[in-house]
Design a protein around this ligand. Structure first.
Ligand code: CP
Length: 319
């Protein structure tokens, strides 16, 4: 693997999941491969899990790492070409080019602006980053995708389904939130899960919240949450903002979309998933998050191994 932007960079998703599960058993087996290598982690947006799991993955592989939080630790970055830079001190062109000279792999997080749908869905910023970097680039969440999260999600589902031996019904359920959030986790999950034949995948969302067809075309969509939940083995809750009414806050009460214990009771004793951070009692009830069927912490732990297997593949490519 030369770069890791989306699932399309992965030759075989089943193999990658299997290798991630193996590396989880013996996380320090590849320390030789990271010797004298540096992975730079660059954040244009906040993070807890991505930042620390990637740092731990680097440690497991024997790599050095440095982290830059561009919100706090550096110059203000100008993203647009041709601008007269009176307000911002550094252009993304120099910033990325320079940072890529300080590492062997550059991992970057950038969120959408949620104003201009075309601009976000063209991945204008991430494409610039890939152009200006002189080393391989890893997507730690871009305007439309969060592939390290999706890989961790599939590792988790694989662990709880005997590596997809049993046909499972997985429901990605939209849930309410107080702010408009990116669509990246949901887009990416739909894209990755479409590669797994043994999964019956359903998206449950209000009609105003259909995802972009590019990612959800192969997915079954059910607008009634209870109907979608019937017989399901995994419920993955996530809020995302409207693709149709892009960047707009829809003034409607969606609180009855919150995931409750009552709704979980109509599933096939489904495992509950969420990528975190999660707003308790807005997105999902306490009793669901705290139940024995909640696998949110296992899912978060698997972020280490999704990052580690991707870093390993790129380090192997470089060696
Ligand atoms: N799930 C996830 O990406 O978490 P962070 O935003 O904390 O990195």
């Amino acid at each position: 693997m030369k770069n890791f932007f989306s699932v399309e960079d992965v030759p075989n998703v089943y193999h990658l999941i299997q290798e991630a599960i193996s590396i989880k058993q013996k996380p320090y087996d590849y320390q030789y491969i990271g010797k004298n290598k540096t992975i730079g982690l660059v954040f244009f947006n906040p993070s807890l899990r991505t930042r620390i799991s990637c740092q731990k993955a680097c440690f497991n592989l024997g790599c050095h790492t440095w982290i830059l939080d561009l919100n706090k630790d550096s110059w203000k970055i100008e993203m647009n070409d041709g601008s007269i830079m009176k307000m911002k001190q550094e252009h993304i062109k120099e910033a990325i080019s320079v940072m890529s000279r300080y590492c062997d792999i550059l991992a970057v997080r950038t969120f959408p602006n949620l104003l201009d749908r075309d601009d976000d869905y063209k991945e204008t910023i991430f494409k610039k980053i890939m152009t200006y970097s002189q080393v391989p680039v890893i997507n730690m969440e871009s305007a439309t995708l969060h592939p390290l999260q999706s890989l961790a999600d599939l590792i988790t589902i694989a662990e709880y389904s005997s590596f997809f031996k049993k046909k499972s019904k997985v429901v990605l359920s939209w849930a309410p939130h107080v702010n408009p959030l990116p669509q990246s986790v949901a887009n990416s999950f739909a894209q990755w899960i479409s590669k797994i034949e043994q999964i019956d995948f359903v998206i449950s969302c209000p009609k105003e919240y259909h995802l972009c067809e590019k990612f959800s075309l192969k997915s079954k969509i059910i607008h009634h949450q209870n109907e979608a939940f019937l017989g399901s083995d995994f419920i993955y809750a996530k809020n995302w903002s409207s693709y149709l009414y892009y960047g707009k806050v829809i003034q409607k009460d969606y609180s009855d979309w919150m995931i409750t214990e009552q709704k979980m009771n109509i599933t096939n004793q489904a495992k509950f998933m969420h990528c975190l951070p999660v707003r308790r009692n807005v997105v999902v009830e306490d009793s669901v998050l705290d139940s024995p069927n909640s696998i949110i912490l296992q899912q978060a732990e698997n972020r280490i191994f999704s990052a580690q297997i991707v870093f390993l593949k790129i380090l192997q490519f470089l060696s």
